[in-house]
Design a protein around this ligand. Structure first.
Ligand SMILES: [Zn+2]
Length: 576
């Protein structure tokens, strides 16, 4: 069902937008001015005195015509009126809202189809009559010229043909009110013509020649106004384009300021080489890629590597951390919003998907997306379309999608937290980034790489080697925080280093050290006593059981000992 705007529902404060910061007032997208009527009256007086009354009248009528004509176009552009009559009445209402005059319609007959328009209206509180009296005193002719121009311009825009108004009573001439009559018909039978002739309102000029002159003048004026309208629309479109580019620039600046921007993937282990092979294989296609792996394994680096090896490498890689999106603004961030979509949406904003058009978007922690947002995301993957928040226009977007999660997507689907159809759509080409404990061979490489990097960054050029004891500890550690944790450990060690040998004092609790068996393949391990080995093994088992000793699945059962025996061994070895 259509919702129509009724002229009586027009509210000034809903139409205008005052932006104190910008120093602007807008009526929808049209810039307006808050003018002092006295200053306008003064200008009018100056015009009459310098140009003569006739020339001033013509200019002021043209000025009014332009206002009325533009207001009519604006009203039709922004509101849905049930009939032309409502559209026309809105003009009279708006004239009042603008503070020019109060219009009381006495008679109105409007039939656009048949070109009929007959109007009689009373004007109350005409600012123009008031100003004329104030600056120039009583006139011998009606003086509400800008108002006449407005009525002409507005009505002509609604009817699509010329309209003739005459003001035959005017407060400026000493009458008790201003009274106007208008008609689209100007032959001998027209009441307007008869009135004009009777009252000698044209001051002795040849009436028909005058009508001809007015008519050709208006044709020219309308052409100018239409050009103005086209230029205004072009300017609005250009401004919208500039804002789009601005939001892209802001996004790109944010991206440039992010750390880990130029980090490369480092490794030589079989698991790592498998990932690199996958990246090379999928990069050049536009396939969707789902990257899984624990926190800190470098899923974002995988996404960057895919983008950098793709045909889109010169376009932006738009990165979105779904877990970091502010609650309530998830959809606005992803899909953008229209001005006024919600409190605080002061202007249109483009979402990340729109910014990524023609480029690549990487959605990290995709498992954190609310279910409702997931269905909109699915629609983008399937049809490449969406709507901005608060918008009705369907927007097409073509972006390559890379997604990542540190959770098991299958588990999320089973728990009902992730849509199965979205998962299948994303899982076209899965890449699993192995945890660091499965890439023990890479720890030495990564340690060297990070040591070099931070040695340069912190200007510690004297560091020439890494302490062997420290390296052994790094190799034995289980790295729950993966590569990112290793990077932070090395960063801290380099920052605190004093000599030329880098010592890495892991602030790690013993139970985070991997059991000896896990690194048995590594030849650099330290030799330890049997007691140490037993102690370490008990700790590892306890870590796995979460400290539970007795009962089913407890450490005692795993070790094949009665709980009391295990407790006394622990006491003897000093395992707390
Ligand atoms: Zn008047």
């Amino acid at each position: 069902m259509d919702i129509f705007m009724k002229p009586s529902d027009l509210q000034l404060l809903e139409l205008i937008n005052v932006d104190e910061d910008a120093g602007t007032i807008h009526f929808k997208n049209r810039r307006m001015l808050f003018l002092d009527a006295d200053a306008l009256g003064f200008l009018r007086k100056e015009m009459i005195e310098s140009l003569g009354r006739e020339q001033a009248r013509r200019l002021l009528m043209r000025f009014g015509y332009a206002r009325g004509y533009r207001n009519a176009l604006a009203m039709r552009q922004w509101f849905n009126f049930e009939s032309d009559e409502d559209w026309w009445i809105a003009g009279a209402k708006l004239h009042g809202l603008e503070g020019s005059v109060k219009v009381n319609l006495i008679h109105a007959e409007i039939d656009r189809e048949n070109g009929i328009c007959e109007v009689v209206a009373e004007w109350v509180n005409s600012y123009e009559a008031e100003q004329h009296l104030k600056h120039l005193g009583l006139s011998d002719v009606p003086v509400c010229w800008t108002l006449m121009g407005y009525a002409n311009g507005y009505t002509s825009a609604v009817l699509g043909r010329d309209m003739y108004y005459i003001e035959h009573e005017c407060v400026g001439r000493g009458d008790s009110r201003c009274l106007v009559r208008g008609s689209a018909n100007v032959d001998e039978n027209s009441s307007v013509v008869r009135l004009a002739l009777e009252q000698k309102l044209l001051e002795g000029k040849d009436f028909w020649k005058e009508i001809e002159r007015i008519s050709s003048e208006r044709t020219e004026l309308k052409e100018l106004l239409q050009q103005l309208e086209r230029r205004s629309i072009e300017i609005v479109q250009k401004e919208a384009r500039v804002r789009e580019l601005e939001s892209q620039v802001i996004y790109l600046q944010e991206t440039i300021n992010e750390p880990y921007n130029v980090e490369e993937l480092i490794g030589a282990s079989p698991g790592f080489r498998g990932v690199m092979k996958d990246i090379d294989q999928v990069a050049s296609s536009d396939a969707t890629v789902l990257i899984t792996g624990e926190t800190g394994t470098g899923k974002e680096l995988v996404a960057r590597a895919i983008h950098a090896r793709s045909t889109r490498k010169t376009r932006p890689l738009v990165i979105v951390n779904c877990a970091a999106l502010p609650t309530g603004l998830v959809e606005s961030e992803l899909f953008g919003h229209e001005k006024g979509a919600f409190t605080g949406a002061v202007q249109r904003k483009l979402g990340r998907f729109e910014i990524a058009n023609g480029a690549t978007i990487f959605l990290d922690e995709v498992g954190e997306l609310p279910l409702e947002t997931q269905s909109k995301f699915l629609r983008i993957l399937q049809q490449g379309e969406f709507e901005r928040v608060g918008g009705t226009q369907t927007i097409k977007v073509e972006a390559r999608v890379l997604a990542a999660t540190n959770q098991s997507p299958e588990k999320l689907v089973a728990e009902g937290k992730f849509r199965a159809d979205l998962f299948y759509r994303l899982n076209v080409f899965p890449i699993r980034m192995p945890p660091l404990r499965e890439r023990v061979d890479d720890i030495r490489l990564l340690t060297n790489y990070f040591a070099q990097k931070f040695r340069t960054r912190f200007n510690k050029k004297n560091i020439s080697s890494i302490d062997q004891q420290s390296m052994n500890r790094l190799l034995r550690y289980s790295w729950p925080g993966n590569v990112r944790e290793l990077e932070h450990v090395i960063e801290r060690a380099v920052l605190l280093a004093t000599g030329d040998v880098l010592k890495i004092n892991l602030p790690l609790s013993e139970n985070e050290i991997m059991s000896v068996g896990a690194v048995a393949s590594d030849g650099n391990q330290e030799l330890v006593t049997l007691d140490e080995m037993e102690k370490s093994y008990i700790r590892e088992v306890l870590r796995n059981t979460g400290g539970v000793i007795a009962g089913k699945g407890g450490a005692a059962e795993i070790l094949g000992l009665p709980p009391s025996t295990l407790r006394s061994r622990m006491k003897k070895l000093g395992v707390l």
